[in-house]
Design a protein around this ligand. Sequence first.
Ligand SMILES: Cc1cc2nc3c(=O)[nH]c(=O)nc-3n(C[C@H](O)[C@H](O)[C@H](O)COP(=O)(O)O)c2cc1C
Length: 379
Amino acid sequence: MINLRNILIALISIFSNVAHAQQKKARVLVLIHSDNGSTYELAKEFAKGLESSNQAEAIIKMVKKNEHAKLKEIPVATPNELSSYDGIAFGSPIYFGNMSTAMSEFLSKTVDLWTKHGLEGMPATVFMSAGSGAGKELAIQSIWNSLAVHGMVLVSNGIRGNEKIDVKIPQGNTVLGTTSLSSAKNVERPSESERYLIKLQGENFAKIALALKGTFFRSTVPLLENKTTVASTLEQKKITLPEVPQPAGNYKPYIRTGNLIFINQVALKDGKILNPGKLGKELNEQQVKEATRTTMLNVIAVLNEAVGGNLEQVKRCVQLTGIFNTPEGYTKHADLMNVASDLTVDVFGEKGKHARATFGASSIPVNSAVEIQAIFEID
Ligand SMILES: Cc1cc2nc3c(=O)[nH]c(=O)nc-3n(C[C@H](O)[C@H](O)[C@H](O)COP(=O)(O)O)c2cc1C
């Protein structure tokens, strides 16, 4: 007869072995900026090398949202999350022998982390996509400078793998980290040799990240890990931001002036107006409320684009104005607009509290039941 107790013990032991094996893996953030996808190609190869010996797991994220077809699905990292990994690989295009502007902007937001020693002792490595390769070591060095100030353990490549690369064509090997010469089109880039080198870089980094896992400061002083972020709130509340609606005329989805962002949206959903018409004629209050939620989600999606996918940059919602397609004599605009206000506070917490105006109109463009005008302040 099958002994249920033994089966249970076996199952518990399998599950605990799996959990133990996962704990044993290093979690490595592959943090990139990419305009056209070459850096992302390197990141994917790095991740393959990193994961090849089952010692580490790669999490690829961008420093800034990019709507490029190859890049738009990649999540955006927040500076505060950096301290939660066992190692970080930084990937950037080279801009004038330097890191890219977006990478530099991201690193400039890590001052808080720096003063709290949040990255001290954590291993880091760098790879970059170049055009011709002009200034490639200088460019890697520019990222190293910032990482050295953070007290990170800088992992170089040396001449690892060089004996196996094809020296008949120019290659992006450097002693500091791999690059790819994306404008040297004699072969497809990254070339086979560049892919080989970046995989080796990943493989080597996995060993180091695992060896140093748990040895640095973060392990004894959990830093900012429990902080609620806008991204985690969206995830927790299962709020998915829609595609940013494209302008139907000679205007922009948003305008930034100074630290203020101005946005106007109607109830577009999947290219059509959700619940079009007038309250009391084609629509009841519930339908107008649905349209209001859709409109506010559009506003937040546009805001997300305006801040490069990093909603942590939002300092506050300054003002919301709701305009509703209502019949003469209607007075309960505030009830309708509460849907937008509540959603804003749900997403941004205290920072979402705003000044507000609401009013009725005899018609609204494209027969939307509602239009929302929003002003946000960002860092
Ligand atoms: C403003 C700017 C400056 C650049 N400077 C350099 C440079 O100094 N050296 C170089 O090799 N490539 C340079 N490039 C080329 C990019 O590094 C190259 O196209 C890279 O592959 C882009 O990566 P991505 O496809 O991930 O965006 C520059 C590109 C831009 C836009």
